[in-house]
Design a protein around this ligand. Structure first.
Ligand code: MRU
Length: 344
């Protein structure tokens, strides 16, 4: 199975598949410190909310190993965790994983016990994500009628998770059960996660995929070529507002206009129990140079201003279903919303 991260305990290294080079080149980065993991996340070598969380968990293991010989190991660990947690703001999985790692050492006295506690917790986080994705795939694929064509955005596959994928997990499961006709993948500017990663993952699995430019989606919906839209999420509020890759909101508006189901797939760790509304989600703004690079230009024409938000918010009213490993709720209809509330 394709995996974006490889923990090598004997070498004390997290190997990160450099997604910026895929599919042309397979190169693994060797991260031997929490700051190297932070750099890999900030620079987009590893991306996708669940994979960012898993990378951060292994980053915490590297952090605790680096301070285990020190008297004040807890302070050193906390400092490194604070820096790692600040590298990308929108995906809640980053802070969520770091909190889990901090909690795993909370009651631990000895540094060497903290190291084993962290290693066990990181392994649990990674394994639980894969299990959640398989369950999401199973549950979500039941929402799809036979012979369906699904449009998806960005990359939510094995590369973005602990394996199988979220939205792509539903697509894979639907394919396995013979319900899927094919997939339409948006290219997803400016990083081209759809063109480089999603279309590659699907083609490797033998799933028919048509790649489109982002701006073709609404016209294809109008032409009756799309039966459902399925995307992932970076953060979900308690009322079901969804932060995801820029362009998701536009897809939701177009889907509603054409009466097409708009389905969101994410592990329950993507729900932020502290957030009542999506408006409070911090949207990451990235460098203008990304826009020029995606357009094949090295420089902007003189004096041109740019805006490069990496994510947007789809309000709950446009979301037909949210599928997590715990079940399915329907924010647009206000059904099953207890699944998005903090567990008692
Ligand atoms: O900027 P990225 O590539 O990290 O953005 C990724 C997305 O928006 C995904 O849709 C989301 O993280 C879910 S991945 C299962």
């Amino acid at each position: 199975m394709l995996k974006p991260l490889l923990w090598k305990p004997e070498e004390g290294v997290l190997e990160v598949l450099d997604q910026r080079l895929l599919p042309a080149e397979t190169r693994w980065l060797r991260c031997d410190s929490a700051s190297a993991v932070a750099e890999a996340i900030a620079g987009m070598a590893v991306r996708g909310a669940p994979a960012i969380g898993i990378a951060a968990a292994w980053g915490a293991v590297l952090a605790i190993r680096s301070v285990a010989g020190q008297e004040d190991w807890r302070q050193g660990f906390d400092r490194q965790m604070a820096a790692l947690g600040a590298v990308r703001p929108t995906a809640v999985n980053l802070g969520w994983a770091i909190n889990r790692m901090r909690e795993s050492v909370a009651g631990v006295e000895r540094a060497e016990d903290a190291v084993s506690a962290c290693e066990a917790e990181a392994a649990r986080i990674e394994a639980a994500d894969l299990a959640a994705n398989r369950r999401i795939g199973e549950l979500g694929s039941r929402l799809l009628p036979d012979g369906v064509t699904v449009l998806t955005h960005c990359n939510t596959g094995a590369l973005a998770t602990g394996g199988h994928g979220t939205a792509l997990g539903i697509i894979r499961s639907a394919w396995e059960r013979g319900a899927l006709k094919g997939v339409i993948a948006t290219e997803t500017r400016p990083w081209l996660q759809g063109a480089r990663l999603t279309s590659w993952e699907l083609a490797e699995d033998g799933i028919p995929v048509s790649l489109i430019v982002d701006s073709a989606a609404a016209a294809l919906m109008a032409a009756g070529r799309v039966d459902a839209v399925i995307i992932g999420a970076d953060r979900i509020s308690r009322q079901g507002d969804v932060a995801n890759k820029i362009g998701s909101y536009g897809l939701a508006v177009a889907a509603r206009a054409h009466d097409i189901p708009f389905i969101v797939a994410a592990p329950s760790s993507t729900i932020d129990p502290r957030l009542a509304r999506g408006d409070d989600i911090e949207i990451e703004h990235r460098e203008a140079s990304e826009i020029w690079a995606a357009a094949g230009l090295s420089r902007a024409p003189k004096g041109v201003e740019t805006l490069n938000p990496a994510f947007d918010i789809t309000p709950a009213g446009l979301v037909s279903a949210i599928v997590t490993e715990k079940g399915i709720c329907s924010p647009a209809e206000g059904q099953g919303m207890e699944l998005l509330q903090p567990s008692a």
